[in-house]
Design a protein around this ligand. Structure first.
Ligand code: GLN
Length: 230
């Protein structure tokens, strides 16, 4: 049984849970999503983490009373091979942990660097996370239980253009192109929008708001590849 911790700090959490459970079903893996609300919720039986988007300053303040963020960072330092997916504000928390800790992602990032909420946007981006990493996760475009067709961006034909990804940028941070010292896994034109540093993946967009499960598939596959001593 794989156990994935979901930081219930603030922001888009339930969509991540849905994404994890649906890709687990597709891969026929049994997964438990553990809601992390306080320091005690984090322990060695958790194999991987998701740090969702939201407002990183609010997350830092909100987690102070329960010590959650601190214990998440301690867990990451204690288990360096266990994978973590940070989206948007979660990417900021990985790249700028503060309190004198070493960054978990070696990439410079600036908050709100696309502008205000109104400047949020959707765009087709190029994802180079390899097909092997994602085990050909399906890119579902079927209507959901409410008959709603999942979000797609523009007229991108995701079946034909296999590596295009619907990027949803909500008051997103920006990587500094010259300050990235790890693997680039997603680009919007020349702009770097996703990076991987070993077992940590940080993207400035919101994959959980689309039905493209490649990033959640990556997380599951990283966990499946862990050794018992990790
Ligand atoms: N603007 C947010 C921050 O700086 C990030 C936005 C998001 O996660 N959607 O923390």
């Amino acid at each position: 049984m794989m156990r994935i911790g979901l930081a219930m700090l603030q922001g888009a959490r339930h969509e991540h849970e849905e994404a994890i459970l649906s890709i687990a079903e597709e891969f026929e893996k049994s997964i438990e999503v553990v809601h992390l609300r306080r320091a005690e919720d984090l322990n060695t039986s958790i194999h991987g983490l998701v740090l969702p988007g939201g407002e990183s300053t609010t997350m830092r303040i909100a987690s102070r009373s329960e010590g959650l963020l601190d214990s998440i960072y301690n867990w990451m330092e204690a288990h360096p091979n266990r994978p973590v997916l940070g989206t948007c504000a979660g990417a900021i928390l990985l790249a700028m942990p503060s309190d004198g800790r070493q960054p978990f992602i070696r990439a410079k990032i600036s908050r709100n660097a696309w502008g205000r909420q109104r400047q949020s946007f959707e765009a087709s981006i190029d994802v180079t996370l390899s097909r092997v990493d994602t085990q050909g996760a399906s890119i579902a475009r079927k209507p959901d239980a409410f008959g709603h067709t999942p979000l797609t961006v523009g007229d991108v034909d995701l079946q034909a253009e296999k590596d295009a990804f619907p990027g949803v940028f909500i008051r997103a941070p920006r990587f500094d192109n010259t300050g990235v010292n790890c693997e680039i896994i997603a680009q919007f034109g020349d702009e770097i929008v996703g990076v991987r540093d070993g077992s940590k993946c940080a993207v400035t967009f919101h994959p959980e708001l689309t039905n493209d499960r490649r990033f959640h598939a990556w997380l599951l596959n990283e966990i499946a590849a862990l050794s018992p001593t990790d």
